[in-house]
Write a protein that binds this ligand. Structure first.
Ligand code: SF4
Length: 177
């Protein structure tokens, strides 16, 4: 069975990929992240994802940097804290596009690396995925069973870029230590 895996960054890709491979899926990675600011940061994260794709030998599709729609949809929510309403819109935008990419590729399922992060509630991400397509979305909480720890370990071993903020311009002010 084929799955399109939405990938937010190299670290989270490292955490999710082994789970899906162990489950027997053939993976197409999909890098679609119009939330990332600035553009140089988008390319840094993409470079880390290319590294992981090469390491685990899966195909990677990349959507070019196009933040306009993301800014339009979140402009009234700039003061929301990380994990609030703005993030739900951000997750939905990326998951909807991944769903359409799955249809375009003729894959069976779609899912996302977003649940690797301890800063993201899997219940919120999964609810949005199920709302888009209950029978095509693979429900996961990749941070479980030491998924986040494994992601950090692989990232360290491989020397890939690890960001210290979620991604958007608004999250820069909530930089993580
Ligand atoms: S904090 Fe992260 S998830 Fe929330 S809107 Fe910004 S980039 Fe998206």
């Amino acid at each position: 069975m084929k799955v399109v895996l939405h990938i937010c960054c190299g670290v989270c890709a490292a955490g999710a990929i082994t789970v899906l491979l162990n489950e027997g899926y053939k993976i197409t990675g999909f890098f679609f992240n119009p939330n990332i600011y600035p553009e140089a940061e988008f390319h840094k994260r993409l470079q880390a994802v290319h590294h992981i794709a090469k390491l685990f030998q899966f195909h990677l599709d990349v959507a070019p940097y196009s933040p306009e729609e993301w800014f339009e949809k979140t402009s009234l929510l700039m003061d929301e804290p990380e994990g609030g309403k703005r993030c739900e819109i951000c997750y939905r935008l990326r998951l909807e596009r991944t769903y359409h990419h799955m249809l375009h590729c003729g894959a069976d399922f779609f899912t996302t690396t977003l649940t690797v992060s301890p800063h993201k509630k899997a219940s919120v991400v999964n609810k949005i995925g199920i709302g888009i397509s209950s029978d095509r979305f693979l429900v996961h909480d990749f941070k479980k069973h030491e998924g986040f720890k494994r992601a950090i370990q692989i990232a360290k071993e491989q020397g890939i870029y690890r960001q210290n903020y979620c991604g958007c311009i608004y999250s820069i002010r909530e930089q993580r230590g």
